[in-house]
Design a protein around this ligand. Structure first.
Ligand code: GAP
Length: 485
């Protein structure tokens, strides 16, 4: 499976989806740049999300600033709680997230440790599941015992770890010219807080009644200790968050509503149903603000991983902001004459993680027929046509007989409406393959029949079937296909 991930990462770089940040300087860990095709795919994902949220009469959008008053992060609990326990290797100074260190301990090593600690209980054959369960129980109770038995994955030294310490994941910087503690501000670790502090501004300005939501797309930053798996855990990423403010008596109903909506969004845009699943947070693993929480998980080649969280955040955030700012965050219901602090149902998706899920899900290797009647392997990105960076490619079959001129005319008509690509180099089969590899859903070819009857072939990326369409109808034909969900 890691092989599959390597192929996708390599395609992403080769075809201009994703590059390593600052690559010529050796790269910057946990940061990535979106290339010409990547930026289109990312924009299309965000656009689909934005439309699904804001083409409703109960949701408004905002774009809050990344830097916020430092008290926001005290109120939200991030200064105190947004931490990961970590350990350093005293020998090579490598830093590890404690849970990752334990997670990545092999079953063989887990068995060895359990046998040394409890020789009576763990002799003979035991199932791997049982070993993992017991190992987890001990690591949950006491980390220091286990640390003594582990070797540093980087330098191989045994028993070389410091005690676990809390490490805050927020990036700090300074506002103004003086770099002292009074000037500290944070790069936001989630976009949500920009919505909460604006709750009443938006409610009053847009004259909304509960229930209503506020949507936002924007960058978030986390100083992750272990970045890994391509775009999965990065230090700079984008979130698409919607906070839905409800009467506390209706929280469960709205929580269920948004859970259903959000799962369906991914399915409608093509993610395979059998690669998606729900993960409900155990009561003891809930975030400090949450009453209930579910993750939508996607099965990546390395493991299932969260792509979106749906959280019942209760009135925690608004209550805390009221407490810390001294300003009321209550809503007045003029129908019932009640004043109360709404509950918040949050849908929080990673744009970058969704990007990776859509890319991985679309990547397909399959046999395709050649012009000689044989078969060859093709790699194809079966991206939903609404997400595909380039919607159609236009080819003249040969570079003579007036075909390039007709193809250029079709290109210029389409280009002012959709993103297209003109290609006249190499055999037409190779041109199809190049478009398949980047996920272009339609290829339009001008051939000798075009010269007779003003029709072109339109080839569908997935079925590889071709249809003849009149040039005068081509824009309509492609646009009709693209508007379908
Ligand atoms: N406001 C709630 C919140 O931020 P979260 O579960 O920490 O909740 C929500 O993050 C989503 O943001 C995740 O489901 C994931 O898609 C994305 N995300 C979180 N940390 C990330 C990281 N380091 N790199 C990329 N995406 C990340």
């Amino acid at each position: 499976m890691p092989e599959l991930m390597d192929k996708i990462v390599s395609l992403a770089k080769r075809r201009g989806y994703v590059f390593q940040s600052s690559e010529i300087y050796g790269g910057l860990n946990g940061c990535w740049d979106y290339g010409p095709l990547g930026v289109e795919l990312l924009r299309n994902i965000k656009e689909e999300w934005w439309r699904s949220m804001t083409l409703r009469d109960d949701i408004e959008g905002i774009d809050a600033s990344i830097l916020m008053h430092p008290r926001v992060w005290e109120a939200s609990g991030h200064v105190e709680n947004f931490t990961d326990p970590m350990v350093d290797c005293k020998e090579c100074k490598f830093r590890y997230r404690l849970d990752v260190l334990f997670e990545e301990t092999s079953i063989k090593k887990q068995k060895e440790i359990l046998r040394e600690l409890f020789p009576d209980k763990f002799q003979g054959q035991q199932k791997d599941d049982l070993i993992t369960q017991e190992f987890k129980k001990i690591t949950d109770k006491s980390t220091s015992i286990i640390l003594n038995y582990l070797t540093c994955p980087n330098c191989g030294k045994k028993d070389s770890f410091t005690d676990a310490r809390k490490f805050n994941l927020m990036f700090k910087t300074f506002i103004g010219p003086v770099e002292d503690t009074s000037a500290i501000v944070y790069l936001r670790p989630e976009t949500a807080q920009g919505i909460y502090v604006n709750f009443l501004n938006v409610q009053v300005a847009s004259r909304k009644k509960l229930p209503f939501g506020i949507a936002q797309i924007g960058k978030a930053f986390r100083n992750e200790i272990n970045t890994k798996n391509f775009l999965f855990r990065t230090r700079e990423f984008e979130q698409m968050e919607m906070q839905y403010f409800v009467n506390p008596a209706t929280d469960v109903q709205w929580f269920e509503f948004w859970r259903e909506q959000r799962m369906q969004w991914f399915i409608n845009l093509g993610l395979k149903k059998d690669k998606l699943r729900w993960h409900q947070h155990e009561p003891n693993a809930l975030a400090h603000y949450a009453k209930d929480a579910y993750d939508i998980e996607y099965e990546f080649p390395f493991a299932f991983g969260e792509i979106e969280g749906i959280h019942n955040r209760t009135n925690y955030d608004l209550t805390r902001h009221e407490e810390f700012s001294g300003k009321s965050m209550k809503y007045f219901d003029d129908k019932t004459n009640e004043k109360y602090t709404p509950f918040i149902i949050e849908t929080s998706a990673g744009a970058s993680r969704s990007f990776m899920a859509f890319l991985v899900d679309a990547y397909t290797e399959e046999e395709a027929p050649t012009a000689e009647g044989k078969f060859e392997m093709r790699s194809v990105l079966k991206l939903h046509h609404r997400l595909a960076p380039i919607k159609a490619a236009i080819f003249p079959l040969v570079n003579r007989d007036g075909m390039p001129e007709i193809a250029r005319k079709i290109e210029s008509e389409l280009r002012s409406n959709i993103r297209v690509f003109y290609d006249d180099s190499g055999a037409v089969g190779r041109r199809y393959r190049r478009q398949d590899e980047i996920g272009t859903p339609y290829c339009i070819t001008v051939d000798s029949q075009t010269l007779q009857d003003d029709t072109v072939t339109v080839r569908d990326r997935d079925s590889m079937q071709q249809e003849r369409v009149a040039i005068s109808k081509i824009l309509n034909y492609i646009q009709n296909k693209l508007t379908k969900l």
